[in-house]
Design a binder for this molecule. Structure first.
Ligand code: UDP
Length: 231
């Protein structure tokens, strides 16, 4: 694979604290991504916002405004992780689908290609730029747009299960699962909008646990122990 899109959930950045940033967790992600970049793999990154805010967090304020706060949370996350990546020796850029002054640059496919050619890691922050969407959908959308070979979905759980492994001791992990089955059984991989986009555009996903040792590097090197979502 030449070009991947890595999705990190906001919660994953928070580590055991569950909110804000856990620097040790992010530095470990940086160490692993650098291995891939040094091998010439182009890495795009989308990050969620759940460590700060979700549109659903408040039932009282207007959903569009609440979602705007959520999108800004993803921008904060990307700026933070981008800076940690720089301290780890990588060149990075943060792109958004809306103007953030001098904090970021506007997303475009041409810009992504230009930065990848320069060996940079490209953060695609701000979700889709629209309310009522999620960073899952932004992940698939950006992966399709930039013609990524596949999505690396790094999650708190180590793959896709037929039921919730936290509450069901008999939950069975899939080695492989078709995207149609994910949709039919509403399996917790990505949300429905993202799943449909994935299916329609035949974008494969590798789902694995971020907290498993070397999971990002192992996934890229074919030593994959999570779930492959087939399209
Ligand atoms: N969000 C949005 N549009 C997008 C992406 C994200 O409105 O394209 C907002 C939404 O409020 C969401 C929050 O940003 O709850 C954080 O994104 P994430 O995907 O982490 O949220 P989750 O899926 O966990 O709600």
């Amino acid at each position: 694979m030449k070009r991947i899109l890595l999705k990190l959930s906001g919660e994953a950045l928070a580590g055991p604290k569950k909110t804000g940033f856990d620097e040790a967790t992010v530095m470990e992600v940086a160490r692993q991504v650098k291995v891939l970049v040094d091998e010439g793999i182009q890495v795009g990154i989308v990050i969620g916002g759940g460590n700060f805010w979700r549109g659903r967090t408040s039932e009282n304020i207007d959903r569009t405004k609440a979602d705007q706060i959520g999108m800004l949370a993803t921008v904060m996350n990307c700026i933070y992780v981008s800076e940690i990546f720089r301290t780890a020796g990588m060149r990075t850029s943060v792109l958004t689908p809306f103007e953030c002054g001098s904090f970021t640059k506007l997303f475009s496919k041409d810009r992504v290609n230009k930065y990848f050619d320069r060996g940079m890691v490209v953060f695609m922050a701000g979700g889709t730029g629209h309310p009522y969407f999620s960073t899952d959908t932004a992940t698939v959308l950006r992966a399709v747009e930039i013609e990524a070979d596949m999505i690396f979905l790094a999650k708190a759980v180590d793959g896709v299960y037929d039921s919730d492994p936290k509450s069901d001791p008999d939950a069975r992990k899939y080695d492989e699962v078709g995207i149609q089955e994910v949709i039919d059984k509403k399996l917790a991989v990505v949300d429905m909008t993202a799943s449909i986009l994935c299916m329609e555009n035949k974008m494969p996903m590798l789902v694995f646990g971020l907290n498993e040792k070397d999971s990002i590097v192992n996934t890229a090197h074919g030593k994959f122990t999570g779930t492959k979502v087939l399209v």
